[in-house]
Write a protein that binds this ligand. Structure first.
Ligand code: IMP
Ligand code: MG
Length: 191
């Protein structure tokens, strides 16, 4: 049989421009651990998970099913103003929370913290609304480009290198959110 005919055509999930960093199984095991930790630490509290759209939707869906507590969820959507390609830290609220967070224990659920500018601003905005507590869960932490060094991530899935990563909710110009794993884009110009 000719070599060409034995090779499978690549699909979105087997795209050769992607290098898998964390497999579906590895992610699943880590989220179970995070869920168990959050379950222990928020026992007896009035927990609201606030997902920052769109990137954190898959993390939220998996995380919440591993938190064995009476909880509610809410969503926020913000757009970060960019100065060229860099985040400026100014955020516009595109969709605000549906319910007040006064006296609630809020856990902000993010996909990735990079410079930290967007999230710092979001924490300031939510910080003025009388929540009992506000903590941060980020699926990924990319510490190298961090500008807001003081930003504390209370629950982190994985710490990633300073590379552009996609999948499991994270996108490149809207693409790749549906990958069940996290991958590094080998050649971002081709993404
Ligand atoms: P920052 O922390 O204000 O720089 O913004 C973080 C946001 O930038 C995240 O919520 C993502 O939407 C996006 N982002 C940063 N790094 C990556 C990456 O490697 N892949 C995909 N999106 C990223
Ligand atoms: Mg985000």
């Amino acid at each position: 049989m000719a070599a060409e005919s034995t090779q499978m055509a690549s699909t979105e999930f087997t795209n050769p421009n992607l290098e898998v960093l964390y497999s579906e199984e590895t992610i699943c095991a880590r989220i179970k651990e995070l869920g168990e930790q959050i379950t222990r630490e928020y026992a007896g509290k009035d927990l609201v998970l606030v997902s920052v759209l769109k990137g954190s939707c898959i993390f939220l869906a998996d995380l919440m099913r591993n938190i064995d507590l009476n909880l509610t969820i809410d969503f926020m959507s913000v757009s970060s103003y960019k100065d060229g390609t860099k985040s400026t830290g100014d955020v516009e609220i595109l969709k605000d929370l549906s319910n007040p967070i006064r006296d609630k224990d809020v856990l902000l659920v993010e996909d990735i913290v990079d410079t930290g500018l967007t999230l710092s601003r979001l924490l300031e905005i939510l910080g003025s609304r009388g929540a009992a507590s506000i903590k941060l869960a980020s699926f990924l932490d990319k510490p190298e480009p961090r500008i807001k060094k003081e930003l504390k991530i209370d629950y982190t899935g994985f710490v990633v290198p300073n590379k552009f990563v996609v999948g499991y909710g994270l996108d490149a110009a809207g693409r790749y959110r549906n990958l069940p794993f996290i991958a590094i884009v080998k050649n971002p110009a081709e993404a």
